[in-house]
Design a protein around this ligand. Structure first.
Ligand SMILES: [Zn+2]
Length: 293
């Protein structure tokens, strides 16, 4: 799943490629992916792309503007890529309209110079969500976001972590507490902070929260630095190459050499280093039901 660093890099990639271009046409191939109906996608036709950014893990493509003659006012195409969604920039988009169907392409934006980008989703679970809105804050998932994990200062971070009692893995990945961290980077952050994923948030000392804050900042900043400048096509490989424990079950921890262990859930898993994070003890799977809400 794309998390804060990847979405940041996708936004940077879009800024360098499409800002200033005009949208010729938007095709929706997966009707269920578009969660809004007003304004209609045709409102984007002929409008200039003016910016790209993100809210947590949501990608925001800004279009049009109030100061442009004939403009509809600023619109935002907001996309949540979910677990298997991705953005593919294309130098040349086929001229024929996209036909609704069962393929991986959910939405296609064709620009006036023939280039464009596709939003795709692999697999059968279709969770990618696109919203066309005048105000990003009207997207329910954005309205509920906590402060951005990368820009929160220590005081804000501490207050958010202490806001709810729960296992720290679940707290870190709760978008309403802090925005941007998902399954992969929470594993990396907890490893760098040498904390068990099952540590209870209300039992962390101020020192431990301070260490967790430093780990969050450094893991995310490192990942952003590695990712930004990479095109969408090479981002996934870049993400994998930077991971120390996540998706590395059975491989040696680069810090202490202990083999990375994992805990599996119904539809996900977490990885951790017993040597660095749990005093050498394996975490029991039976505690799992209590982990993620
Ligand atoms: Zn280790």
């Amino acid at each position: 799943m794309p998390e804060l660093p990847e979405v940041e890099a996708l936004a940077a990639d879009l800024r360098s490629r499409v800002v200033g271009r005009r949208i010729q046409r938007v095709d929706i191939a997966a009707i269920s992916a578009l969660k809004t109906f007003d304004p209609p996608p045709t409102a984007l036709h002929g409008q200039e792309i003016t910016g790209a950014g993100r809210y947590g893990k949501f990608l925001d493509v800004a279009v049009g503007g109030a100061d442009q003659r004939g403009s509809v006012g600023e619109l935002h195409l907001i996309v949540h890529l979910a677990r298997a969604g991705w953005l593919h920039y294309r130098d040349a988009v086929p001229a024929a309209p996209l036909k609704p169907g069962k393929g991986p392409i959910a939405l296609r934006v064709r620009l006036d110079d023939g280039a464009g980008f596709d939003l795709t989703e692999q697999g059968t679970q279709k969770k990618l969500a696109a919203y066309l809105v005048r105000d990003p804050a009207t997207v329910p998932g954005i309205a509920k976001l906590g402060p951005d994990a990368l820009t929160a200062d220590l005081a804000t971070f501490t207050a958010r972590i202490r806001r709810r009692r729960g296992q720290i893995k679940g707290i870190l990945t709760d978008q309403e507490i802090l925005a941007g961290i998902g399954n992969a980077y929470s594993d990396e952050i907890l490893h760098r902070a040498r904390l068990s994923p099952f540590a209870m948030s209300d039992r962390l000392t101020d020192d431990q929260v301070g260490t967790l804050y430093e780990a969050t900042q450094s893991v995310l900043a490192d990942a952003v630095q590695r990712s930004v400048g990479q095109g969408a096509a090479s981002l996934k490989g870049e993400k994998r190459s930077g991971l120390v424990v996540h998706a590395r079950t059975g491989l040696p921890c680069p810090v202490c050499g202990t083999l990375v262990a994992e805990v599996t859930f119904a539809d996900s898993s977490l990885q951790y280093c017993p040597g660095c994070q749990t005093g050498g003890k394996p975490l029991a799977d039976r505690r799992l039901s209590k982990l993620l809400r």
